[in-house]
Design a protein around this ligand. Structure first.
Ligand code: MLT
Length: 306
């Protein structure tokens, strides 16, 4: 019998991949064989000597002390791609929210709540709606930084929307490069991408090389109409540089999946509460993939995505 300690609520569809004749699953165990978690920030104190593997039902592993686990010989699995479609769809929504008067328009409509005269309301809307005019995505240039599972889907979606898509990935695998449509023009460096794009979507993990990557220097060389989207991790942008660029009119909009002090409440910023992968489907896909990886390791010793 393998004991799997869960942190966070894991989709039942994933847990069902661990047959109860062979697996005990609980949120408390004194000596578990494996840990299955989502966004819980794991400490080494929680990793008892009995633990043989850790699986994250999600792509990023920055909530897990991976280096310490590796030095103890514990593989850490993740589920790249399993939530990519969910994130891609929210990025498209983010680009649209950043380009059209949707949010302000909806706020305005809510102010009409007490009106009872429909004809009067139509007259008022006709007069006011020009304030909510926006721009279309078609024909604009989308720069995608990071062309892995999520970035490549965003790039394809951009093409489908009639955008010109340019991409940059400092560590593009040969496989990923082959899968990328040839109409995604690859830039030699991130600065060229920043200089050309109307929209930029970031899809990089947090690594020493990516922490604070989007800094004042990059933002000094972009179009003043740039809309920058960060649905990856907060740490890859320098928030102070974002605020400075917005204040100076060197960046038009920042749209991100992380609320951060200094950015909340600004008209030129749209923030979401890290919900890129929060869909029924993504949670199920991630849980299934994570559980299957654990099972394959515990029963057969196979290591995938670690
Ligand atoms: C991921 O890393 O999979 C996504 O950012 C969502 C999450 O953190 O759960």
């Amino acid at each position: 019998m393998f004991k799997v300690l869960t942190r966070n609520q894991i989709s039942v569809k994933g847990l069902d991949r661990l047959p109860r004749q062979q697996y005990e699953i609980a949120s408390e165990f004194s000596s578990p064989d494996a840990i299955l978690l989502r966004s819980h920030k794991l400490t080494m104190e929680e990793v008892s000597p009995s633990v043989m593997a850790i699986a994250r039902a999600g792509a990023g592993v920055n909530n897990i002390p991976v280096a310490d686990c590796t030095s103890r010989g514990i593989p850490v699995f993740n589920t790249p791609g399993a939530n990519a479609n969910a994130v891609k769809e929210l990025v498209i929504a983010g680009m649209t929210l950043g380009s059209r008067g949707i949010l302000n328009g909806m706020d305005y409509v809510n102010t009409l709540g007490d009106m009872t005269d429909g004809a009067e309301m139509s007259k008022l809307l006709e007069k006011e709606k020009k304030r909510f005019k926006g721009q279309e995505l078609m024909g604009k240039t989308l720069g995608v930084v990071g062309l892995g599972a999520i970035g490549s889907l965003v790039a394809r979606a951009g093409l489908d929307l009639g955008m010109d898509v340019i991409g940059y990935d400092p560590a593009l695998s040969v496989d990923a490069a082959w899968r990328l449509p040839s109409s995604v023009r690859r830039m030699e460096n991130i600065a060229s991408l920043f200089a050309r794009a109307d929209y930029i979507s970031l899809h990089l993990p947090v690594l020493d090389a990516t922490r604070g990557l989007v800094n004042a220097e990059l933002l000094s060389n972009c179009k003043p109409t740039l809309k920058l989207l960060n649905f990856a991790r907060e740490e890859i942008v320098d928030n102070a540089a974002i605020i400075e660029a917005l204040d100076a009119g060197r960046l038009e909009r920042y749209i991100a999946d992380f609320p951060a002090p200094g950015l909340i409440g600004r008209d030129d910023v749209i923030l979401m509460p890290h919900i890129g992968a929060s869909t029924d489907e993504a949670e199920e896909n991630c849980a299934i993939m994570a559980a299957e990886q654990l099972r394959d390791f515990l029963e057969n010793g196979n290591i995938k995505n670690s």
